[in-house]
Ligand binder design. Structure first.
Ligand SMILES: [Zn+2]
Ligand SMILES: [Zn+2]
Length: 383
């Protein structure tokens, strides 16, 4: 399947910056762009590059309250204090910087919905912890929910799927979309028993009319690629095929990587190729290729850039050679002050012993079974 893929990027994305000691480092976005450029992927005739714009107040109001937006604007002027209990510090220009991340996701969605590209990627998006009237977990405005509401409003879309792959549960998005049966949300993450935000259990299935349309797949610490992909394959394709969305939105956080400093899953860059390839194929199968990919977590810039370069080139159908261009390695070393990996593939990964493997496998089996029992009948899927 040939590609036709838009990349949303501007160095303005780097203004979403909580300061030098904060774990979310905007340089990861520039490093992703630089890596795609140095590998030649961006020279491909099927790739187009688009500038983001700031989301308008009208667009932010699709999800957020007027009072909250005013509050963020006030923080944006002073640049002092925290927007939440301590994860999300204010800085001067925080309103404009977040509105740019949200606008980038809207630009990606418009491209896909208007046919300017079949697939589009906004690496600055994926801010899934922001709620209707509050910031949380490094997220100020929820670009995912705003983009989904924008698609519903402007393109008369009746059914939309959201796949959230970030290692953290997307609690903000869930809060906003919880009673909407027109959005099927499938959220794979490290179990809330072990990780922020402590939610996203299998019994959280949506409310009211939305019941049955919110699928949470919590995974135990140390879950490796084969276990993760088994859970994905057993649950995600059948649900997408049954629901038949008209477009797929995908939060592609890569803090699931084994080397990520903030969480404990054990995926590799190869897992991201597998996931991107599967979701890209399903998008072509069920919704004419309409596939909007957003960023998300990922706290080692050199891994995030490698992961997202793989995701983008996979979706576009471009094969990357494993060796990373020397120019990028030099660029990267300069900003992260250590040697980045020299290949796209991971040359080592976290190993687990047999007892750990057995415990993880059993926990995941149980989760898969619970979700199938709870949700497959609602969607008319035979087990
Ligand atoms: Zn395609
Ligand atoms: Zn995360």
């Amino acid at each position: 399947m040939g590609g036709n893929t838009g990349l949303i990027y501007s160095d303005d994305f780097m203004k979403y910056d909580f300061g030098p000691t904060h774990p979310l480092r905007p340089i990861r976005l520039k490093l992703t762009f630089d890596l795609l450029r140095e590998t030649g992927v961006l020279d491909n005739s099927s790739v187009s590059i688009h500038l983001p714009r700031q989301a308008t107040e009208d667009e932010l109001l699709l999800v957020h309250t007027k009072e909250y937006i005013e509050e963020v604007k006030a923080f944006s002027k002073t640049g002092v204090g925290y927007l939440d209990l301590g994860d999300t510090p204010a800085f001067k220009g925080i309103h404009e910087a977040t509105a740019m991340a949200v606008g980038g996701s809207i630009v990606a969605a418009d491209l896909v919905m208007k046919g300017g590209a079949q697939h589009a990627f906004n690496p600055a998006g994926g801010l899934h912890h922001a709620g209707i009237d509050h910031a949380a977990g490094f997220c100020v405005y929820n670009d995912i929910a705003v983009t989904i509401r924008h698609i519903q409003r402007n393109y008369r879309i009746k059914k939309l799927a959201l796949i959230d792959l970030d290692v953290h549960h997307g609690d903000g998005t869930q809060e906003i979309l919880n009673s909407d049966p027109t959005v099927l949300t499938i959220d794979l993450h490290e179990s809330g028993k072990f990780l922020y935000p402590g939610r996203g259990f299998t019994n959280e299935m949506g409310e009211g009319k939305g019941r049955g349309y919110k699928v949470n797949i919590p995974l135990p610490p140390l879950t490796s690629s084969d276990c993760y992909l088994r859970a994905f394959d057993e649950l995600v394709p059948p649900l997408l095929r049954a629901f038949k969305p008209e477009v797929i939105v995908n939060q592609f956080g890569v803090d699931t990587h084994f080397d990520d400093p903030l969480a404990h899953l054990s995926l590799t860059t190869e897992t991201y190729r597998e996931l991107a390839s599967r979701l890209h194929s399903i998008a072509h199968e069920v919704c004419d290729g309409k596939y909007v990919v957003l960023g998300g977590g990922g706290y080692k810039p050199e891994n995030v850039a490698r992961a997202w370069a793989i995701v983008f080139s996979t979706i576009n159908g471009t094969t990357l050679s494993d060796k990373i261009p020397k120019k990028w390695i030099d660029l990267c070393r300069e900003v992260i002050k250590r040697d980045p990996p020299t290949t796209f593939s991971d040359k080592y990964e976290r190993t687990i012993n047999n007892v750990e493997r057995e415990t993880i496998t059993r926990a995941i089996d149980q989760t898969i079974m619970q979700i199938k029992n709870n949700l497959f009948p609602i969607h008319g899927i035979r087990q």
